[in-house]
Design a protein around this ligand. Sequence first.
Ligand SMILES: NC(=O)c1ccc[n+]([C@@H]2O[C@H](COP(=O)([O-])OP(=O)(O)OC[C@H]3O[C@@H](n4cnc5c(N)ncnc54)[C@H](O)[C@@H]3O)[C@@H](O)[C@H]2O)c1
Length: 251
Amino acid sequence: MAADNAAGTGRLAGKVALITGGARGQGAAEARLFAAEGATVYLTDVLVAEGEAVAAEIGGHFRRHDVTSETDWADVAAWVLAGSGRLDVLVNNAGIFRVVPLTQTSVELWHQVMDVNATGVFLGMRAAAEPMKAQRSGSIINISSIAGMRGGAGVAFAYGASKWAVRGMTKAAAGELTPFGVRVNSVHPGIIDTEMIREFGEQWEEALVPRIPIGRAASADDVAKVVLFLASDDSAYCSGHEYLVDGAMTS
Ligand SMILES: NC(=O)c1ccc[n+]([C@@H]2O[C@H](COP(=O)([O-])OP(=O)(O)OC[C@H]3O[C@@H](n4cnc5c(N)ncnc54)[C@H](O)[C@@H]3O)[C@@H](O)[C@H]2O)c1
């Protein structure tokens, strides 16, 4: 997937960014765009070969990292700080999607989805908070979903709950960290053409695109550009809010 933004204008020059779930999809698009805009990029994922390939392509750094693991988070934070001495941007992007309604949701599935999508974001914010507070600057971007904006009845119960949790903890963290110069925002993608959306089955496009007013699914780059805005100083006065990238699907 060639970035359509390879010639950056230095909007992240001098910044150090950490992106979880960076091996493919939106995380990889953000890694490519951030590198093109001058950032030093650290990306992590449980997919090692794919993650290493993205890092090699952009001149970034990769490490295996399960976002549900407290120990892994401590190691990743130490790795970034040892390598670059600071952390300016954290994108909590890693996530899993399961199309299972409430009545079929087992406790095991609930915990699996909540562990990655909600606990992973909590641990990430906690790991980034102290170094960013010490710098008196930073931007944390939590990837939620349109599933964190509305009920989505009968589709993906645990996923929706996890993405509402991301939206809520973003606001709580913004209230706590913004006075220290650390901004925290959530991004809410709609239907994005990545591996994840294939969870809906082979016919996902035929089933979903008619429900999108803008008339197409988004590319990973469509989301990455909004994440770039929040990562950069262009959004210096923005904290504690939701940024939708959904082609008017929830309008
Ligand atoms: N694709 C969509 O339509 C869509 C819509 C709304 C929100 N989102 C959200 O966007 C984010 C990125 O998803 P994507 O569309 O790029 O899908 P994707 O499946 O291509 O990417 C998700 C990445 O997260 C990684 N990951 C999963 N579990 C992990 C773990 N425990 N630790 C570390 N990494 C882990 C995966 O290996 C993968 O590389 C997710 O948070 C997702 O919920 C996606």
